[in-house]
Design a protein around this ligand. Sequence first.
Ligand code: FES
Length: 87
Amino acid sequence: MSQTDLVIEALPGEWVRVRVDGREYVIAAACPHRKGRLIHGYVNVRKLQITCPLHGSTFDLATGCPVAGPGTDPLPVRQRQDGRSEL
Ligand code: FES
């Protein structure tokens, strides 16, 4: 069984790049709940979701939609020209 390749890195301008097995997502660095630093978040590589280290809100990496609280606002994600969120 192969190991999943996961990279989380800070980008200029308060963005974070999350790369999972070659798929890239660019998300806001700050959680929309209370500004938790998502560079320290937990990435579920199977569900492609990130969980904030501060209070545990979880967001879909591709859409930014919250999938678990306490945060209810969507996480900003950077969209490509073709409308996909992966860069
Ligand atoms: S700051 Fe992220 S869940 Fe509260």
